[in-house]
Design a protein around this ligand. Structure first.
Ligand SMILES: Cc1cc2nc3c(=O)[nH]c(=O)nc-3n(C[C@H](O)[C@H](O)[C@H](O)COP(=O)(O)O)c2cc1C
Length: 186
């Protein structure tokens, strides 16, 4: 939600690279599209909630970007995640965290939420430290970080596509009942 957020800035860089790897993307920026607390009376049929839901249903893979708040994700991100469950099944998630302490506990908590919803996670994430990795013009200075952003975008597109394609096949095929996808058939 913070203006000039470094996690959002990093996300935008990665989304460009996602595009270069042949995938389309949509950005859900919770500072432009704030969501009321889940299950609050206001959340029923609210335009912002409907827009978020449309984007979630559209996506085959996700990148969650957050600052490190007390070793965890931001409240606004957790609130967004609380709106969804089965929508995340069979989809792959990658994580970006702006932290001064690597954000490992933050990423673990995002992974736990997604695992609980039968989503898949990339085995590595992006940790960005605004004090070290950006210069005064808010450009990323570290070659190592840029290489990691490159492989993160590439891997999310490739593995996210493969996993979602298989999930959709398993979902459709009534001959296959020994896949976790079977429980998502309507
Ligand atoms: C409420 C709050 C809690 C924070 N807790 C931590 C923390 O536990 N560890 C840490 O490294 N940084 C912490 N920070 C600093 C932010 O994670 C850091 O400034 C980050 O770069 C902000 O990301 P953003 O630019 O995307 O907003 C905290 C900041 C706030 C406002």
């Amino acid at each position: 939600m913070r203006k000039d957020s470094f996690s959002t800035e990093t996300l935008k860089l990665v989304l460009n690279k996602v595009n270069q790897n042949g995938a389309e993307y949509q950005l859900l920026d919770l500072s432009n599209n704030p969501l009321p607390i889940c299950y609050h009376e206001e959340s029923k049929d609210m335009v912002n909630v409907n827009q978020a839901t449309e984007k979630v249903n559209w996506a085959d893979a996700f990148i969650l970007a957050t600052p490190d708040y007390h070793g965890s994700m931001s409240g606004s991100l957790k609130n967004f995640l609380d709106y969804f469950w089965s929508e995340f099944a069979g989809k792959t998630f990658g994580y970006i965290c702006a932290s001064h302490e690597k954000g490992l506990t933050v990423m673990d908590q995002m992974r736990t939420v997604i695992r609980q919803c039968y989503g898949w996670s990339l085995p590595y994430g992006i940790s960005i430290d605004s004090n070290q990795d950006f210069d005064g013009n808010r450009e990323i200075t570290s070659k190592r970080v840029m290489m990691r952003l490159d492989s993160f975008a590439r891997d999310l597109v490739v593995y996210g596509g493969l996993i979602n394609e298989q999930f959709k096949k398993d979902l459709k095929s009534t001959a296959i009942n020994n896949s976790f996808a079977a429980r998502y058939r309507k």
